[in-house]
Each structure stands twice: as C-alpha cells, then as structure tokens.
Design a protein around this ligand. Structure first.
Ligand SMILES: NC(=O)c1ccc[n+]([C@@H]2O[C@H](COP(=O)([O-])OP(=O)(O)OC[C@H]3O[C@@H](n4cnc5c(N)ncnc54)[C@H](OP(=O)(O)O)[C@@H]3O)[C@@H](O)[C@H]2O)c1
Length: 336
C-alpha cells in the first residue's frame, strides 16, 4: 500500500532552554510498498514524555541523543494495516517506539502485540505502560514502601505521580502531593483521596507546608522534580527514610549547572537511602506489573486521567506543555 503523505515530526535543531516550536519541523514524505516479511503500521496514539528532553541534548546518557534533521522517536500505539509477516495479522494493535510519525514499515521485531483488554489501548502508554510501571517500581521496589508509611510525591498529578499517589493510598499510607495548580490539587484530594496537597507555585514556604502536611514526617519521597522540592523533602524526612529518585524535571531545561540543595548533610544526619532508577532496567517485571495494575483498574482501585492533543502537528505543543504543566495525568497525542 503506497502512502503518499506520511506526516512526521523532525528535530530541526537542539533546544536551548525551554523548547520552542521552531525546534521541531513537520515533514511529509511517502511510504514505500512493504517487502516480504514486513508490515505497515498506522499509528493511533503517541506519547510525549519528559525524558525526551534529555535525548534532545547531544551528550552521553542511558539512551542515545536524537539526531538533528531526523524523525523523533518515542512510545506509541499503532495498528497493522498491511502485512507480509505471518506473525502480525492486519488489525493487530501493537506497542512500539516509532512514535512522532503517522505510518512506518517494520519487520516486526520492535513490535509488541497488545493483549486483548477491555481497557482502552492508549492506557498502554500511561497507566499500563512505561509511566505506570515507573510508579510501581519506584515506589514499591526502590522506595521500599511499607504499609502505613508517610509518603511525599512531587509532580503528583502527572502520569507517574498520580499512580504513585494511588498505590500508596492502596497500601494504607499517608500521602502528600505537590502540584502546580489548585485544579490539580482538587483532583488529587477529591478524586484520588490524597491526604494533603501543596501548590508549589503559591506556597510561601515549601518546608513549612510540607512539615504541616506530614505531621509524622516523611518515610518515602518519590522525587520527580528536584531543586527546592528535594531540599524541602530532606528537611522533613524521617530517620532511615528512602528517596526514590525518578526524575528532576525542574532542571531539564536549565542552561547553566543547577546547584544542589544546601542541606545534603541531612542524608547523613537522618541516615537516608537515596536511589535513582531507570524503569527499563526493571522491564523483566513488566508482565507482573500489568497483571496487578490491570486488576486494580478493573476493580476500580486505580483510576487514570489523560490530556489529549489531536493530530501529529500538535505533538510538539503537547511535548512543550509537559514543562508548563498543561497535562493532568498522561499527556498523549491522538493520531487517528
Ligand atoms: N526514572 C525513570 O525511569 C522515569 C520514567 C518515567 C518518568 N520519569 C520522570 O518522572 C517525572 C514525571 O514524568 P511523567 O511522565 O509522569 O510526566 P508528568 O508528571 O505527566 O508531566 C510533567 C509534569 O511535571 C510538572 N512540572 C513541569 N515542570 C516543573 C517544574 N519546573 N517544577 C515542578 N513541577 C514541574 C508539571 O505539573 P505541575 O502543573 O504540577 O507543575 C507537569 O504536568 C519526570 O521527572 C520524568 O523525567 C522517570
């Protein structure tokens, strides 16, 4: 099937500081006919994620940088629309890393067939995908969560944070989140049952508000933000507390080196355990996670929200919106 117009987003240059529209380019090019053993996939949903900002920088990291002038990559869901590969029937829904484009041809090694599920397919980019797995692994394994712990979660209404909050509540914990708007605070309190929420944009004193919200201190801090959040958490942590360092979004667009918190000596005084992690190192546990999370969703114990932008051309805006808090729950782009 010859496709004349396959729209895709290229990185036109490396962003300096906060990404802007001119860092991206909408390009259209045809897709050739498939050969023996190949399939043609039409993408239906794509994910934009904060880690992609790191891949826009030319530096060594746990994933290689994106190339300038080439199509971007990222998690996406698609449907096989033509197949010369017996492993993939037409109509099969697949998850893969070839997002930021409408169509692509593959031999199939990079495709994971989605299981039959009553849960909508795009959930496999959020609550049942990488962000959900990050929440699960980071909180239970890295944070060593115990029943009844006092837990602080930053970026608490996002794809990862909102799931962390709910798992911690399921485990009988006292949960405090920080977010950047009152609407997000209402969502956490009224829909997710979070015990207290701090709006970090309006607080006068993050440490004081955190201490008031956590009368028994903090046993586990799920770190998504860094900077002032980490400093405040260190002030309120309990002895032998654990910090699962998932992300530091506050510094992803920094143009100069970011100073560390002034109170790192609290790590010694409180005998803290601080561990960073990358979810993909734990991917062998994904099947067990999907089973458990799928069950929680179907039992109504975990809910999820999505913020959806429409059309491939809106994907740079959706991506940039991650850094200005435009999303509640998972930020997604609907392609078809
Ligand atoms: N280690 C891993 O394997 C792994 C895997 C996935 C994600 N992560 C990390 O986990 C974190 C959350 O990712 P996500 O996919 O769930 O994104 P997300 O929370 O859905 O979206 C980002 C949110 O971060 C908040 N934010 C943006 N800039 C901020 C700033 N300067 N200070 C405080 N909050 C800010 C915004 O919410 P507000 O309106 O509340 O500001 C925004 O909605 C990120 O740091 C990401 O890099 C790590």
């Amino acid at each position: 099937m010859y496709i004349e117009k396959n729209q895709q987003i290229h990185l036109s240059r490396r962003p300096e500081g906060m990404p802007v529209a001119d860092d991206f380019e909408l390009v259209s090019m045809p897709v050739a006919d498939i050969s023996e053993g190949e399939v043609l996939v039409k993408n239906t949903w794509m994910s934009v994620d904060p880690y992609m900002r790191g891949r826009m920088i030319d530096r060594e990291s746990y994933v290689p940088p994106f190339a300038v002038g080439a199509v971007l990559e990222g998690g996406a869901i698609g449907e096989v629309v033509e197949s010369n590969n017996p492993a993939f029937a037409v109509g099969q829904k697949v998850a893969h890393m070839s997002g930021w484009r409408e169509y692509f041809i593959t031999t199939g090694e990079d495709l994971q067939a989605l299981p039959d599920s009553p849960i909508p397919e795009q959930a496999f980019l959020g609550v049942l995908g990488m962000p959900g797995m990050t929440a699960f692994t980071g909180l239970l394994k890295i944070g060593e969560l115990k029943e009844g712990d006092s837990v602080f979660v930053s970026a608490a209404s996002g794809a990862v944070g909102a799931i962390v909050c709910q798992i911690a509540k399921l485990k009988g914990c006292h949960v405090v989140g920080s977010v950047g708007s009152d609407a997000k605070a209402d969502y956490l309190k009224n829909e997710l049952g979070v015990d207290a929420v701090i709006n970090y944009k309006t607080t006068q004193d993050l440490t004081a508000d955190l201490a008031a919200a956590c009368p028994n201190g903090i046993d586990v801090y799920f770190e998504n933000v860094g900077g002032a959040h980490l400093e405040a958490a260190l002030n309120v942590m309990n002895d032998h507390g654990r910090i699962a360092v998932c992300g530091m979004i506050d510094q992803y667009n920094a143009t100069t080196p970011v100073p560390g918190p002034a109170n790192l000596a609290q790590i010694i005084i409180k005998k803290l355990k601080i561990q960073g992690f990358i979810v993909f190192e734990h991917w062998d546990e994904y099947p067990a996670f999907v089973q458990q999370m799928g069950q929680w969703i179907q039992e109504g114990k975990v809910s999820y929200r999505e913020t959806v932008y429409e059309g491939i051309e809106s994907s740079p805006e959706a991506f940039m919106g991650l850094f200005t808090g435009k999303n509640t729950g998972k930020m997604l782009v609907k392609l078809a």
